[in-house]
Each structure stands twice: as C-alpha cells, then as structure tokens.
Design a protein around this ligand. Structure first.
Ligand code: FES
Length: 268
C-alpha cells in the first residue's frame, strides 16, 4: 500500500552511492527509518535513497527538504539528532551542515578540486604522427551526451569503427542508450554498438569493447581534428573526424567535453 504523500512534512534523501556506502550510509538510513517508525512519523515523512550526490569527499551525505539542507559525514548517532531537529522544531543541526540555502560556500574540510582534462600537448603519435593531443573523459556520463550531440549536429562528422568503412554522422538516424552497457547508433541498414558503461571485471569480451580512453587530437600539418577511442588494452576501437577546426561539434568538444582547458590550437 502506497503512502499518502500529500501528508509528507519532511523528506530525507540519503545518498546510496559507492563512497557513501563505503562510509556506512546503510547504517545511517536504518537508524533514521527506525526512529521515524518508532516515533509515529512514518506516515508523514519520506526517506529516499539516491545515487551519488556529487560530494563523495563528505560521505555519507543526506539532503533534507523542505529547506534544502545538506548534511555531511553522517553517523547513526548524528542522524537521529538531525531527524529529530527537523521534525520537531524545523531546526537544522548547524554543526553538521555541509550547505544550506543562502550560504555562499559549502562547509567541507575535505575539499577535492574538480578534475579537469589537461591542455593539448604536442606528441609524436605512432598512428597520428605529430599532433596536439589530450585525453577527455570516458564515462557514459560524458560519452552518451557526446554521441547525442553529434547525432543532433551531424554535419561534417565521420565515424570509423576499427575495420569498418567510415560512416558520416548524417546517416545516423537514432542514438539509443537503453541497454546496460552499450550505446547503439542506428542507420537505415545497420546498428553500431559502443560499450560505454562500466563493465564487470570478469567479462573479457566487454572489457575488450569498452571505451576506456577518449583522446582529442589536432594534426596541424593536415589541419585535421578528431577523437580516438581505445579500450583499456590500448587497442583502437574507433575514430571520429571533423571536416574542419571550425566544425560546430569540434567546438562543442573543446568547450563541454574538455571544459575549455585548451588554448587556440592553431597558435600552438
Ligand atoms: S557517493 Fe555519496 S556523495 Fe558521492
């Protein structure tokens, strides 16, 4: 039987991501739920487990609504005080807060600066020759948006999967990311599968096809920009080429995927 959510006074969002689990989030959730059950607040509150909240360094974390209160470094003891404070007096436990609405900055003692791609570097690459090259991100949180953007802005983009003939992105009719590990690029006659999600360590076939390295390159001598995808064994899985350094999708790559870490490549 579902709860009548119209009666909800407070919602507690507990992070259940990997770092929070390692830091003991399950015990924290159990403690909070037990308190709510035993103090007759079960029917007018809600507890929800979420994926990573983006503050792993402060694990375990939770967010309380109403008010948008973020808590850090939770323990079973602390969560009972926090829950009580919000339910009984609508009062946050200030000393345990990571952030609340109105603060200019979050309160963390463990700040880890965001990881950014390195600027392009001049290299002599075995396959590409002299080129400017850098590595971007290869998680599905980056690769799915990348392929989606290319499908929506396909002009001047060509994909060559290892051993196959190049396909212009204008022939891609759909990008599907509905399967567990693979993204599918559909054409009128074909379907290209790319493994972009984290795969099990014991599955050699998936490890072989998984994109583990995404390199952005510029071959100055031939004025060619592109992306090279490799698996964790260093084998090339595919290459994307753009028709010009002014191509809209290449500009998207440098701005969104590489987070503007590069200078004007033609001047390097
Ligand atoms: S796993 Fe909880 S904040 Fe990242």
């Amino acid at each position: 039987m579902g709860k009548n959510i119209a009666n909800t006074t407070h919602t507690f969002f507990f992070c259940d991501g990997g770092s929070c689990q390692k830091a003991g989030s399950e015990k924290v959730v159990r403690e909070a739920r037990a308190y709510l059950r035993n103090n007759e607040h079960w029917n007018n509150t809600h507890t929800i487990k979420t994926r990573c909240n983006g503050r792993c360094e402060d694990a375990p974390t939770c967010i309380v609504h109403p008010g948008e209160f973020w808590y850090k470094e939770l323990t079973p003891e602390k969560i009972t005080h926090i829950v009580k404070g919000h339910i009984n007096n609508d009062c946050p436990l200030e000393t345990e807060l990571l952030f609340k609405k109105g603060w200019q900055k979050h309160a963390s003692d463990k700040e880890i600066p965001p990881f950014k791609p390195k600027p392009f570097e001049l290299k002599n690459d075995t396959e590409l020759g002299d080129c400017l090259i850098t590595r971007g991100f290869s998680s599905d949180q980056y690769l799915y948006p990348l392929f989606l953007y290319f499908a929506e802005n396909p002009k001047g983009i060509t994909l060559s999967m290892a051993g196959d003939k190049p396909i212009p992105f204008t022939e891609i009719t759909a990008v599907n990311y509905a399967k567990t590990y693979t993204l599918e690029l559909e054409t009128a006659t074909d379907c290209i599968s790319l493994t972009i999600a984290g795969v099990p360590k014991d599955n050699k076939e998936l490890q072989q096809s998984k994109i583990s390295s995404t390199e952005y390159f510029y071959q100055k001598n031939v004025n060619q920009t592109g992306i090279r995808f490799k698996n964790k064994f260093g084998e090339v899985l595919g290459i994307i080429k753009f028709d010009s350094i002014e191509n809209l999708a290449w500009k998207y790559c440098t701005k969104i995927q590489l987070q503007n870490t590069s200078q004007d490549l033609t001047s390097l």
